[in-house]
Write a protein that binds this ligand. Sequence first.
Ligand code: KG4
Ligand code: ZN
Length: 360
Amino acid sequence: MLDGKEPGLHVLQKGEGRCQILKDILILGIETSCDETSAAVVKNGREVLSNVISSQVSVHQKYGGVVPEIASRKHVELILPVINQSLEEAGVDIRRIDAVGVTYGPGLVGALLVGLSAAKALAFALDKPLVGVHHIEGHIAANYLDHRDLVPPFLCLVVSGGHTHIVCVKDYDQFEIMGQTRDDAAGEAFDKVARALGLGYPGGPLIDKAAASGNGSAIDFPRVYFDDGSLDFSFSGLKTAVLNYLNGMEQKGLKCPVEDVSASFQQAVVEVLVNNTLKAAGLKNLNKIALAGGVAANSALRNLMKIRAKESGFSFYYPGIVLCTDNAAMIACAAYYELMRGNRSELWLNAVPGLKLGEK
Ligand code: KG4
Ligand code: ZN
């Protein structure tokens, strides 16, 4: 926990021993795991000095999803201008950076390699530590940037285009996965259903918007809970149920009620996410719940979690919209805590597309 009493003097109070830092620590964060090229400068792990995000959404939109080869090429074009802009906006000379934090997995291998190569080159040239960060750890850390009072332990629901994890955050660098998807990630389900509804890409925000004028109880889509006590998720059956519903409407020559389908699908996803997360918090006796990842931007998820957390007497945290989707500030924040724990990476660090949370 940052002490913050004396400017420039910060004390880490959790973890192995106490560690005093006598100057501000500036981390340059780099994120290129999917289709956002991002670089950020974060001070003392909690203060965002800059967070430049160059989204490739418009490039991939016409293909209905991210094309890995195009993503890698775009990252190559953008990485240096984005890093330069992040330093310029932060008003920080590159030689003043204390460490370079970078996502090294999971993600698209070609995309990851671009950010990682830039980070390694900078760390080598500047003779500063390199800190490899797990992308999910970054998403979780986004909460620290918007909630300075938040410290572990807490429970975090990480929901993005590639991941759906219930994570017990035991400490800044210690995680226990309590449940995860057995098939589609929540964001993936949003994107696939949006495509079937002809809404476009990325689907999550478009379904969220369409659902605002629909009825979430109009269609009774399935909610999957495993009866072995597992907190895992499954969304592929729900996706198929939506597709079957849409086919049925088409065969009958009926117009698809896009708003009601969006709202009912969203309601089914959100209910399962919230119920399993609250159950996990109860099992761990934790009274703090956080959301992370792109789907954490979903208004229905935020609303239902807020209501249910309040009923249970839990504190509830979620990052602002910009920090929910992929960005480098969250990576710099996670890198700061790894660095404070003495965790650094070697310059031969490689991209690990299937990296598991907790693996080093
Ligand atoms: O975290 P993120 O930027 O990238 C990954 O690490 O995957 O998440 C992107 C995902 C996409 O599937 C997108 O459709 C979803 O987050 N998303 C949303 C919303 N905003 C973004 N899903 C539901 N509701 C939203 N408002
Ligand atoms: Zn992400």
